[in-house]
Design a protein around this ligand. Structure first.
Ligand SMILES: Cc1ncc(COP(=O)(O)O)c(C=O)c1O
Length: 325
């Protein structure tokens, strides 16, 4: 018989799928690592499991404890699945920018969800960074995950996602393109791939309203770069410890409108029903097309599933309201 011991044993080993139409104007073979195949429907299952396992090992997380995290949903889902299997409670703190379905899904898998305002600075006592820290301090036997600075996040991708991509391409990958939020995915995969072959280029996709690109290019943390934006999951107003800037060759910014439109195109042209940041990554590849020649093998990682964006990206009324259609 072939079966998994629990749902968390099905995390990882996601497929690599050739893009046939959406990147047609690019000469390279473009392959998508489709992370919605994870049980929580996103790449974040990988790092959630690793962060919990590492915290168990060094005693930060104790039996019957409560896991507290500031999460936009995908990390929460990964934490929830692992918490159920391992017998922990989970409190997720998020922002009102996120799709409502994400909160409903988290509640469905047993998490308590607390929603904070988006448009406040990280230092504001009502920000989701501050609220999650405060809840963790006040809840007995609790552990604050902190996916931004918890380096087990990067390690999960160094140990699983990176090696999978290397093996699936027989070591022939030349370029890795991925949206950057906490930085765990790009830094873990990037470190693994560059150790295997330092010529592999690592391309980070950023949003307008985020500090990453300017910081990477100038070393300046420019508060003027920060303003509200719509794209979910990528771009930041902080510098997470998980972003290893030295591994990243270039950051490319994609607009909210393009991210939304290309997410819809991905579903229509390739049959890949993916999330908002995936459209940004695809549009980023097209913006960077001069760099991708016939012999290049480009891997783009698609973080999550479209099911969490039905009321937004995949809803015509919302798209019109945002002036994206
Ligand atoms: C939908 C989505 N896209 C992209 C990312 C960015 O991934 P990472 O945090 O590993 O940089 C995340 C995670 O925050 C996400 O949830």
């Amino acid at each position: 018989m072939k079966y998994a011991e629990s749902i968390i044993d099905t995390i990882g080993n996601t497929p690599l799928v050739k893009l046939n139409k959406i990147t047609q104007e690019i000469q390279s073979l473009v392959l998508a690592k489709v992370e919605s195949f994870n049980p929580g429907n996103s790449v974040k299952d990988r790092m959630a499991l690793k962060m919990i396992e590492d915290a168990e090992k060094d005693g930060r997380l104790k039996p019957g404890g409560t896991i507290v995290e500031g999460t936009s949903g995908n990390t929460g889902m990964g934490l929830a699945l692992t918490a159920i299997v391992k017998g922990y409670k989970l409190i997720c703190v998020s922002t009102d920018k996120q799709s409502k379905e994400k909160f409903d899904v988290l509640k469905a898998v047993g998490a308590k969800v607390i929603v904070c305002p988006t448009n406040v600075s990280p230092e504001d006592p009502n920000s989701y960074y501050s609220v999650s820290k405060r809840i963790a301090e006040k809840t007995p036997n609790s552990w604050y995950v902190n996916q931004y600075d918890n380096l087990s996040n990067t390690l999960a991708h160094y140990e699983t996602t990176g090696p999978e991509i290397w093996d699936q391409t027989d070591g022939k990958i030349t370029d890795f393109v991925v949206g950057v939020g906490t930085g765990g995915t790009i830094s873990g995969v990037g470190k693994f791939l560059k150790e295997k072959n330092p010529n592999i280029r690592i391309w980070g996709i950023d949003t307008y309203g985020s500090v990453f690109k300017k910081y990477h290019e100038t070393g300046i943390f420019d508060k003027n770069e920060i303003y509200p934006y719509v794209t979910e999951g990528i771009g930041e107003d902080i510098l997470p410890k998980n972003v290893n800037f030295s591994l990243i060759d270039h950051f490319e910014k994609v607009t909210d409108k393009d991210a939304a439109l290309y997410t819809r195109k991905l579903a229509k042209l390739e049959g890949i029903f993916a999330g908002n940041s995936c459209g940004a990554a695809i549009k980023g590849i097209l913006q960077l097309k001069e760099n991708f020649k016939k012999n290049n093998i480009v891997v783009v990682l698609l973080h999550d599933s479209g099911s969490r964006y039905i009321a937004k990206i995949y809803n015509d009324d919302w798209m019109k309201k945002m002036k994206f259609l």
